[in-house]
Design a protein around this ligand. Structure first.
Ligand code: SF4
Length: 896
């Protein structure tokens, strides 16, 4: 035998560094049975089912954690080994874990293994009583009589989700699995990601709907319809109802993992409240009409209003919940048929500041890095994002990176969960990020912690920045931000000592009047540390909605057409003429807040809103309602009646993500296929079909039969980003843009060989305080955001059992503030800002800093966005959701 090879059974195997016998056997197609082992998790080595004979030991070795070595001769299925395996499995059957519960194994990986070794699960009835099954959790159940203490659930919980729900209690034969301090599932720290269920070989831990799921008639691969992580899913269906959703095991984005929303929050699709027919306003009521009448009516009103008031009296909001193809067609219709650039999407009110700042500083307004960079990052800087709740699969990945030793720097006004895993946590005052990032940059430069050659070779503007920062006072920064000089220095030195770093941000940086400025100064840190375009490093803004990246990519922006192209570029215009049959208008359009303002002034007379509930989700609710009430014509494409539909003249029933074909683009620029798993209810239709049919009524010869044909046109219209994209190439993990031609593999890391804009731009930005300042009468700053269990306006999640997990928005208030105001846990308070009022129950928590409050906006009855005001970032026009001065007052029934 050659020095570098071993032999497994009759197969000669090249020895690879660090590879176990189990991994090597799998590589050459030899199957070794396992029980406690799971690919992707550290070997447990407890069950001994994977034992093999080797010429290196007189005793059998566990293949899962024995390294393959040169010269080894291994026998995986000798009679002795097979007999031992049988005895081991029989012991598992005979043991009852000290519980005295009757075992009743059926229909699992474990029973298949038993059968293979001639053991019948029916033999295993040593116990004497029925086990009490823990059904306390909304989604999971635990059947202790099926548990064999293999610890796969425990390892999955720790090594995938990082939640540490499980433990083992008792000794010897009395050893058993516990949740937290031995309570019930529902009382544990479980976040219902379901990783333990996927791992459990006996179904001791299972979905509560497992029996129904076993009867699935079809399984469809698609993409989760909630956040911008874009997890790939497998949807099991029977009788046109989703039974169960699982993660796709080998998916690049999520590797089988999901969060509670992606896995369980699907019941909305068969809610009785779904819209099933087009509705037209008749007086105060919405009355059902046919699709033909609805589209004829829509076409007639759009043309009438255009002819009477001009094309710029109309506007459209495409949906970040809908597909790329629907967004592309809707902006194309309004540009090429109506003749206006009043085209925008909800990216305006969330990530437009990030996109603009990245565009200015690097040349492309999207992430430079990929989620895979999290796994190999030396240092992660997380600012203004709470990913374990808002982007849970990415949040878990960041937590795992920190547990493995990556340095983690968390910057947030709230002590978010990941702050507990951080090396340094900077609890910054809301809206003061620019001051903090400037101070970090100053320390990096003055302590000579920057990547000098990267800065010299790849960036512009260093001398101006250095000179500006030299005049900055760290003590003044500490006063403004609430972060001490010592912590600023500690954070900068940690970053400088462990760069290049991965810079992850969320809406806490962008939804500010200094949103663009915040992200620009964040990018300064990325460039000073030589991080952008490097492996395990770069800029990674987390995208809120499932297709917020795609809706902007498709041209849902008033100043750019598809692929962020200038509408004034002659080459772009000629391509559009060839594919659209006409040139788009060149007059710049309006952003979402500008369209709302224009509607309030009677300048916008008609709006088309695709899949957005702007009355609930946009700021300054009273102003939004005033604007919508002014319109001559409002069309809403929706799944349900919403807070916005009372102002609509026409409501069109939409197909959900589970019911349509198309593509979504996630936060790492990955375009993935969305496939229908169930039929839409009643007459609900996919958005792209509705827009195509409307265009035909308006006289266009749009002959698309499938969304794939729409994607082919997108590839022609914006070849630099999408020229190589087609449905055939999107199977599996899709493609990350830029993907300019059919042989291009897609781009995981942008700017790797130089910035798209030539040189990265370091920028000098002054800190400018938010116009929302506290006063004697408004002494608190309110920050709004999301919780794990719900999603945005809650339209979908409120119609699922998520409602049992969280049934209302709670105001978080620091104990010091609660004591000062005389407020106790669970009491209802009234919040007042300069713009409106809201009420909510209180949760007293040390997560927010004193004088800072936090309130989600998932439930319409809370009216969170009655409180937020009209301020926007002057460059991106992104509203300021994250800083609102308020007062809080407890509401108690008057004493009789
Ligand atoms: Fe869906 Fe986001 Fe959860 Fe993934 S992390 S399952 S994309 S909601």
């Amino acid at each position: 035998m050659k020095a570098s090879v071993a032999r497994i059974d009759d197969v000669t195997v090249e020895v690879q560094n660090g590879e176990t016998i189990l991994q090597a056997a799998k590589r050459v197609g030899i199957e070794i049975p396992t029980l406690c082992y799971s690919e992707g998790l550290a070997p447990e080595g407890g069950c001994r089912v994977c034992i093999v004979e080797t010429n290196r030991s007189p005793r059998p070795s566990a293949a899962c954690h024995t390294l393959l070595q040169p010269g080894m001769e291994i026998r995986t299925k000798s009679p002795k080994i097979e007999s031992l395996r049988r005895d081991i499995l029989a012991l598992y059957l005979e043991s009852d874990g000290g519980s005295g519960f009757r075992r009743d194994h059926r229909d699992s990986y474990f029973t298949a293994l038993l059968e293979r070794y001639g053991l019948s699960a029916a033999l295993a009835v040593p116990g004497s009583r029925e086990a009490p099954v823990d059904t306390s959790h909304v989604y999971l159940r635990f059947s202790p009589h099926l548990c064999i203490n293999c610890r796969r659930c425990l390892n999955a919980c720790e090594q995938i989700q990082g939640q540490f729900v499980y433990g083992m209690a008792g000794r010897g034969p009395l050893t058993h699995l516990i949740f937290g301090s031995d309570g019930q599932f529902a009382d544990s720290a479980c976040v219902a990601c379901g990783a333990c269920i996927d791992q459990c070989p006996t179904a001791a831990i299972s979905d509560r709907d497992r029996q129904a799921a076993a009867k699935a008639e079809s399984v469809t691969q698609s993409v989760c319809g909630y956040c911008g992580v874009g997890c790939r899913v497998e949807i099991a269906v029977a009788g046109n109802q989703v039974l169960r959703i699982k993660g796709v095991a080998n998916a690049a984005v999520n590797r089988g993992h999901l969060c509670v929303k992606g896995r369980y929050a699907h019941a909305y699709h068969h809610s009785k409240e779904r819209l099933t027919r087009p509705l037209m306003r008749v007086g105060d009521d919405l009355k059902p009409i046919s699709w033909d009448d609805a589209l004829e009516f829509a076409a007639r009103r759009l043309v009438e209003i255009r002819d009477q008031h001009g094309p710029d009296a109309l506007g459209v909001l495409t949906s970040s919940r809908s597909t790329n193809e629907a967004c592309y067609l809707l902006q194309k219709l309004f540009r090429s048929i109506i003749g206006t650039n009043n085209v925008d999407c909800c990216a305006r009110v969330c990530h437009s500041s990030s996109a603009l700042a990245l565009q200015i500083t690097t040349g492309t307004g999207a992430a430079s890095a990929s989620y895979a960079d999290i796994d190999c990052a030396r240092c992660i800087v997380l600012a203004g994002a709470n990913p374990t709740e808002a982007h849970p699969v990415v949040g878990a990945r960041i937590k795992q990176a920190a547990l493995r030793g990556a340095r983690l720097l968390v910057i947030d006004p709230r002590r978010i969960e990941l702050a507990d895993y951080a090396d340094v946590f900077l609890q910054v005052r809301p809206g003061t990020n620019v001051a903090l990032f400037n101070a970090l940059a100053k320390v990096l430069i003055e302590d000579k912690l920057i990547d000098a050659s990267y800065v010299a070779e790849r960036t512009d503007g260093f001398e101006d920045l250095r000179s500006y920062l030299s005049r900055l006072s760290l003590h003044e920064t500490a006063r403004v931000t609430g972060v001490t000089v010592e912590l600023i220095q500690k954070a900068a030195r940690l970053l400088g000592g462990h760069s290049p770093a991965l810079f992850v941000n969320g809406l806490g940086l962008s939804e500010l009047t200094q949103g663009t400025a915040s992200v620009k100064t964040f990018c300064n840190l990325g460039m000073l540390t030589g991080s952008i375009g490097r492996p395990g490093a770069g800029m990674l803004p987390l995208r809120g909605q499932n297709n917020v990246q795609g809706s902007a990519d498709m041209g849902s922006m008033p100043r750019f057409v598809t692929g962020y192209q200038s509408m004034h570029d002659p080459d772009v215009r000629e391509r559009l003429r060839q594919n659209w049959g006409d040139f788009p208008p060149q007059r710049p359009g309006l952003t979402v807040p500008e369209m709302i303002d224009a509607a309030a002034r009677n300048e916008i007379r008609a709006l088309w809103i695709q899949g957005e509930d702007i009355v609930q989700s946009d700021p300054h609710q009273a102003h939004v309602i005033e604007a919508l009430s002014n319109l001559d014509f409002l069309v809403v494409q929706e799944l349900f009646l919403s807070e916005t539909t009372p102002y609509a003249d026409l409501v069109l029933p939409a197909a959900s993500v589970l019911e349509q074909e198309g593509t979504f683009t996630n936060g790492e620029r990955r375009i993935q296929l969305v496939r229908p798993a169930v039929r839409p209810p009643g007459e609900a239709r996919p958005d792209w079909v509705v827009i195509r049919d409307l265009a035909r009524i308006l006289g266009a010869s749009w002959n698309y039969e499938t969304p794939a044909e729409v994607m082919d046109e997108i590839a022609k219209v914006a070849p630099a980003l999408f020229g190589g994209v087609s449905y055939e190439r999107l199977a599996g993990d899709g493609l990350q843009w830029p993907c300019p031609d059919r042989s291009h593999p897609g781009t995981a890391s942008v700017h790797a060989s130089g910035f798209i804009c030539g040189k990265g731009r370091l920028t000098v930005v002054d800190y400018v305080p938010s116009p929302e300042q506290v006063s004697e009468s408004l002494p608190y700053i309110l920050v709004t955001g999301r919780v794990l269990e719900h999603y945005n306006a809650g339209t979908m999640t409120r119609r699922t059992p998520q409602q049992q997990l969280v049934s209302e928005d709670l105001l978080e208030i620091h104990p010091d503030d609660a004591a000062r105001e005389g407020i106790s846990e669970g009491e209802t308070v009234e919040l007042k800002s300069r713009w409106g009022r809201a009420t909510a129950k209180v949760h007293v928590s040390t997560r927010p800093a004193p004088r800072t409050l936090f309130l989600p906006f998932h439930f319409p009855e809370t009216h969170t966005n009655c409180l937020t005001g009209p301020h926007v970032d002057p460059d991106s026009k992104c509203p300021e959701y994250k800083v609102t001065a308020v007062r809080v007052r407890v509401l108690r029934p008057a004493a009789s």
